[in-house]
Design a binder for this molecule. Structure first.
Ligand code: NAD
Ligand code: UFG
Length: 336
């Protein structure tokens, strides 16, 4: 079966392409390379020995999508394409709504026209806002505080409406927690443009000497050591969750919404400590003010993923640290 992966040249996308190919799927990628490099896909081809069809196009371009759906018998779509920087979304809300929401509507319209009604969508734990209790279950109240999060929530709602209008749509909304780590080959990983916003690429860039020291945002949260707690999940486990969702397409009457996390929370200091122990690299840090919008604790209840998809994460925090470092040390400047 052909699977169209939008945003397939990106961090989670490349890892998912590998898992799809290894599970016997044929893969087409559409990516405008606004936050990625074509080199990642060349490496996917090399490591898997499989071909990937690549279209350097934008999901907001209907002609480009029409061409793909005309030429390939697409069975399902995994929709990663979108902008993802929370801070940037506050500064450029229209770009985020246009790209994320506009892109999704365009994609669904073309899918509908070609009668392809299987879609897996990249949502985010950000839709839960600040939870009253943890672990977070899928039926918890939703609250968003920035345009990025709002774009995810609006897309979830649009996809719900689509399913109400036409029950033939099979839709999986996957809410990711904090993906880190990298493929064990060291050939693929997170390659942020400019100074990283997220913690793991920041840590690895301190490790390699690109950055001086980690700034830890706040040490007065209600956690064991005062630093923020998150559910870090290995990107390869996350990618496997997408293959599980593709395999489950069509088995449910309703749209499904599933957390993809490990079910365990680690604080920033625990993460830094795990990184130091695993790699032997010291990460100097200082505490600074809390980052606006950050929450104290966020980790997933993962029982629904097991029940509906038969999927659970397997890799440990040490695996994530080892593989992130392996990627950074083998590719000090990312893909380029
Ligand atoms: P990424 O930026 O590495 O990948 C996104 C890809 O989409 C990039 O290759 C980019 O070039 C492409 N893209 C963006 N807009 C496009 C458009 N209009 N048309 C075609 N291609 C376009 O990000 P990622 O970390 O791999 O995230 C993938 C998805 O998962 C995103 O939708 C993101 O919002 C979501 N998500 C990510 C995280 C995370 O922490 N990484 C957490 C929750 C959800
Ligand atoms: N942190 C630091 N210093 C840094 C970066 C982060 O101390 O330089 C801390 C944060 O305060 C937080 C933790 O590390 O406690 C994780 O921060 P990240 O920026 O790596 O991740 P977030 O939890 O803020 O957000 C990420 C993605 C969102 C996604 C969310 C899902 O960036 O897009 O996970 O849970 F929605």
């Amino acid at each position: 079966m052909w699977v169209l992966v939008t945003g397939g040249a990106g961090f989670i996308g490349t890892h998912t392409c590998i898992e799809l190919l290894e599970n016997g799927y044929n893969v087409i990628v559409i990516d405008n390379l606004s936050n990625s490099s074509k080199i990642s896909l060349d490496r996917v081809r090399k490591i898997t020995g499989n071909s990937i069809e690549f279209f350097h196009d934008d999901v907001r371009d209907k002609d480009a999508l029409n061409k793909i759906f005309t030429n390939y018998d697409v069975g399902a779509v995994i929709h990663f394409a979108g902008l993802k920087a929370v801070g940037e979304s506050v500064a450029k809300p229209l770009e985020y709504y246009d790209n994320n929401i506009g892109g999704t509507i365009n994609l669904c319209q073309v899918m509908d026209a070609f009668n392809v009604k299987n879609i897996v969508f990249s949502s985010s734990a950000t839709v839960y806002g600040e939870p009253d209790v943890v672990p977070i279950k899928e039926n918890f109240p939703l609250a968003v505080t920035n345009p990025y999060g709002r774009s995810k929530l609006i897309i979830e709602e649009i996809l719900h409406d689509l399913h109400v209008s036409d029950k033939d749509w099979n839709i999986a909304l996957l809410r990711y927690f904090n993906p880190i780590g990298a493929h064990e080959s060291g050939l693929f990983g997170e390659d942020p443009m400019g100074t990283p916003n997220n913690i793991m690429p920041y840590i690895t860039q301190v490790g390699i000497g690109i950055l001086d020291k980690l700034k830890i945002f706040g040490n007065d949260y209600d956690t064991i050591d005062g630093t923020g707690m998150r559910d870090y999940i290995h990107v390869v486990d996350l990618a496997k969750g997408h293959v599980a969702a593709i395999k489950a397409m069509g088995s449910f009457d309703d749209i499904i919404t599933v957390n993809l996390g490990t079910g365990s929370g680690y604080t920033v200091l625990e993460l830094v400590n795990a990184f130091e122990v695993t790699t032997g690299i010291k990460i100097p840090y200082e505490f600074v003010e809390r980052r606006p919008g950050d929450i104290a604790r966020c980790y997933a209840d993962v029982s629904l993923a097991k029940e509906l998809l038969g999927w659970a994460s397997e890799k440990t925090l040490n695996d994530m640290c080892r593989d992130s470092w392996n990627w950074q040390s083998k590719n000090p400047n990312g893909y380029e």
